[in-house]
Design a protein around this ligand. Structure first.
Ligand code: 5GP
Length: 179
């Protein structure tokens, strides 16, 4: 697919995202106000979301990044998730919030949460900008969701298409011009 020859349909505008993140930031701050929060962001897709979200928190927070990989088709998790870069710090005193760009099949989030639980943190919850519940292969309901979206391939605001477009400041779907 040559993305430049397609129509970009904005799904979540910059304004939509900013407003939703303000609300999410308040909700998360209220929940973790008396707890030691550790945000663990999954690279690379969630770097934009994480950077904006953590600046909406009004509580102390530690932040680190994990890299996972999944083998298979470009636009889909294959079912085999691997941890490329793990968290090195001892998490036992912390409440962990895993932040990702999107939950699609749910395989990545489930695998990462199960992995982090083996490090015996106080709790492990999940926060995703986008949730595509129609696509689930494993049972998982993210604890915090920015937007629930239909089963469409989305790009922008950290999400890539062929390693590009992560810098586009809104989320869009690509459709055919003559649709
Ligand atoms: P899951 O393991 O839930 O199937 O997928 C998680 C990862 O697949 C996401 O972190 C993201 O990198 C990729 N992914 C899933 N759906 C989309 C999509 O619609 N657009 C893009 N760009 N990536 C997606």
């Amino acid at each position: 697919m040559d993305i430049d020859k397609k129509v970009w349909e904005v799904l979540c505008s910059e304004e939509d995202i900013a407003a939703r993140l303000t609300a999410l930031g308040k909700e998360i701050s209220d929940e973790y106000r008396d707890k030691k929060l550790y945000v663990i962001s999954l690279l690379r897709g969630s770097f934009v979301f994480t950077a904006d979200l953590v600046r909406k928190l009004d509580i102390p927070v530690k932040i680190d990044f994990m890299t996972t990989s999944s083998y298979g088709h470009d636009t889909e998790s294959s079912g085999t998730v691997q941890i490329v870069t793990d968290i090195k710090e001892n998490l036992e005193d912390y409440h962990v919030l895993v932040v990702d760009d999107i939950t699609d099949s749910g395989l990545t989030m489930k695998f990462v949460m199960d992995h982090l639980k083996t490090k015996n943190p106080q709790s492990v919850k999940s926060c995703v900008l986008l949730d595509k519940p129609e696509r689930r292969k494993v049972e998982i309901v993210p604890d915090y969701v920015g937007f629930t979206i239909p089963d469409k391939f989305v790009v922008g605001y950290g999400l890539n298409y062929g390693d590009y477009y992560r810098n586009i400041p809104y989320v869009f779907v690509v459709t055919d011009q003559d649709r």
